[in-house]
Write a protein that binds this ligand. Sequence first.
Ligand code: SF4
Length: 434
Amino acid sequence: MASSFATQDSSHLADCPTQPTKRRIVRERGQREVFCGLTGIVWLHRKIQDAFFLVVGSRTCAHLLQSAAGVMIFAEPRFGTAILEERDLAGMADAHEELDREVERLLARRPDIKLLFLVGSCPSEVIKLDLGRAAERLSAKYLPKTRVLNYSGSGIETTFTQGEDACLASMVPTLPATDPAAPANLLVVGALPDIVEGQFKRIFDELGIGPVAFLPPSRSDELPPVGANTHFLLAQPFLGDTARVLESRGAKHVSASFPFGAEGTTAWLQAAASLWNVDPMLFRKVIAPSRERAKRSLAPYRQQLEEKTVFFFPDSQLEIPLARFLSQELGMIPLEVGTPYLHRQHMEADLEHLPLNAQLSEGQNVDKQLDRCLAAKPDLTVCGLGLANPLEAQGLRTKWSIELVFSPVHGFEQAGDLAELFARPLNRQERLAV
Ligand code: SF4
């Protein structure tokens, strides 16, 4: 089934409102309630073990990072903030000179840093500090010991998962080239917890798919090669820029549903298996035990969540694949699925399994969307932290969308945990009602 779209301006719902033939999309521009791209550092600094993220920003940026990722889990921090003072912002000091000094101090004290990201922020963008030029200059100085890259985590017109997209996109030009005579290789793109990466690796091995590499890698000296014989599977739905630069290096995108739940994970693996001409019998045999476990883990949640309505505010860009999971695998009814940006090609496979009467909205006008949500009275609302308390106060049950990015939710073994994240707010409501 091909996806069919109609925008709010030009569209109609079909004559029979229960059986629309076109998907309704509302596009909005207005005030938004989202975190900025610096948030991605919270999970990226745990993933790339010899990297350091140096935010070039304000005290606000430092506070955001400290409160979001302030729990020290490593002996030495893997992120920090070079704070732009008033003199820098007023153009009275040479910010480049000061940045060079900070980087020199940092690398002298931390010889373990092999990859340094200069992360731009709203203030560095406002004063037009050219971090690309700074990264080139500093790379020339510190290579081969330390490579310096840059990307923007600014909150101006972005949403929080774009930080990871920008970070991975900045790495792509540094990936080595594949040997054109080598057989096809698979690249899985998107930061996954190590445990999930290990599970996928095992399945690909058993299916005979490979060589397989992951972006981002755990260490900067394990950069995966890329070229015309690379096929890449997105593990996260918010990597539009990374996909674009991979394609510019000749790699080919493998279209698939995202690996959430039993069906999403099966479809995602199947897409790679088809390319590698894996025997369908072998495919079924390899995935059957994990798929069955996933389905069993979902069954009790299906009983609880079936027929419950859900409303997504645009936040993490995971909204469409998660709405597909809730609808297809748990029987929930998505009323509105908001997404900051709609990448039709990357979302195509998930949209095919999303009911046509689930309204899509792209962008945000938060006041209008709040009105729609309150009128719809969904059983569950998935939204950013800033909206959760006001909606709870209005009697709605909410799930913080950021939690879905921080938790291991991909793959067969995590399917039950993913469903549980959506069931928990409703369980809490029941417990409070007793
Ligand atoms: S990058 Fe912008 S939005 Fe993010 S913390 Fe800094 S000032 Fe705030």
